[in-house]
Design a protein around this ligand. Structure first.
Ligand code: PEP
Ligand code: MN
Length: 337
């Protein structure tokens, strides 16, 4: 942390800051300038709030150096994390595609979708059994029956399963079925839930909140990791802006920035990022081009009758076409689909 004193700060004010730094077990390095005195604070200051110095008399600004996220930081671990689980890996050269319906709706819907996305090259089947809906009157998901159908689809196709868990209490049950636990955008800052998935060793797909910053996303990853679960994937799924023509503004800046700041795999969700099926394939390509390690894509055999997110769901043939187009792009980028 760097503390910059106001011009004309008195020796007593400067002395009080130095004393406070020492009291906190840190080392002060004052630099006395002509107008401003600057005090560099050296030591384990990561848990400190700038306020501890900001409130002192004569202090102008306090700036953090280094990141508040430690375990998720690229500074802590230079090489990309590759998450290995149940016979597959996420991260590294090989891209991953997770695809399937927004909600598990029926056995036939799920199995038909699973077969189609498997044939097109997806490695994981997505599908919500517990759905976080804006309205309490909207379909809330099939619950346990949905989880059982996902397990059956895995049995038949060999696809791994990614599905959302919404409460800490449900973590043990959902973990019995899911290969990857999804934390939805609305729950990105549900710290009780983050702690609960952090206490498991199941990989976690952590979606960025629709009104969350990149820093906040990384701090949420830090919650999971600080509980001992390092198998975290960061997911950009679009943020709310003033633009009404798309459901969200798909913040692709986040992808290369997250790759710079963190060693964790980054997954892009152009389905929720755009809210429009016709934008999904172009934005999936853009996601791979800017460095995403994988995609999560909504696919439905009949989007027009989907109980949730039909407008952004690809029909199986459109998904297959997108996958064919992604192959050569991946190769050109030194990746593999
Ligand atoms: C979903 O994946 O269907 C979903 C609810 O996503 P998000 O949490 O990003 O809105
Ligand atoms: Mn959805």
């Amino acid at each position: 942390m760097i503390v910059i004193m106001k011009a004309g700060a008195t020796a007593a004010e400067i002395g009080a800051v130095i004393a406070r730094v020492e009291e906190l077990g840190l080392t002060p390095h004052p630099i006395y300038g002509e107008n401003h005195t600057v005090i560099a604070v050296v030591g384990e200051a990561v848990a400190l709030e700038p306020d501890v110095f900001q409130v002192l008399s004569g202090v102008e600004t306090v700036t953090r150096i280094g990141h508040q996220f430690k375990l998720a930081s690229r500074q802590a671990k230079a090489e990309d994390t590759v998450i290995a689980f149940n016979g597959t890996t996420i991260g590294g050269r090989k891209l991953v595609v997770m695809a399937g319906p927004c909600s598990v709706e029926s056995r036939s819907q799920l199995l038909e979708t699973a077969q189609a996305v498997k044939e097109a090259g997806a490695r994981l089947l997505r599908g919500g059994a517990y759905k976080p809906r804006t309205s309490p009157y909207a379909f809330q998901g099939m619950g346990l029956k949905g989880l059982e159908l996902l397990a059956e689809a895995r049995e038949i196709t060999g696809l791994k399963i990614v599905t959302e868990v919404m409460t800490p209490e449900a973590v043990p049950l959902v973990s019995q079925y899911a290969d990857i636990l999804q934390i939805g955008a609305r729950n990105m800052q549900n710290y009780g839930l983050l702690n609960a998935v952090g206490r498991t060793q199941r990989p976690v797909l952590l979606k960025r909140g629709m009104m969350s910053t990149i820093q906040e996303l990384l701090m949420s990853a830090e919650y999971i990791m600080s509980n001992g679960n390092y198998k975290v994937m960061l997911c950009e799924r679009g943020i709310r802006t003033f633009e009404p023509m798309t459901r969200n503004t798909f913040d692709l800046n986040a992808v290369p920035l997250l790759k710079q700041l963190s060693h964790l795999p980054v997954i892009a969700d152009p389905s929720h990022g755009t809210g429009r099926w016709d934008l999904v394939a172009p934005m999936a390509k853009a996601s791979i081009a800017c460095g995403a390690d994988g995609l999560i894509i909504e696919v439905h055999p009949q989007p027009e009758v989907a109980v949730s997110d039909g407008a952004q769901s690809l029909k199986p043939e459109k998904f297959a076409q997108m996958m064919r187009e992604l192959g050569p792009l991946a190769e050109a980028l030194g990746r593999e689909l």
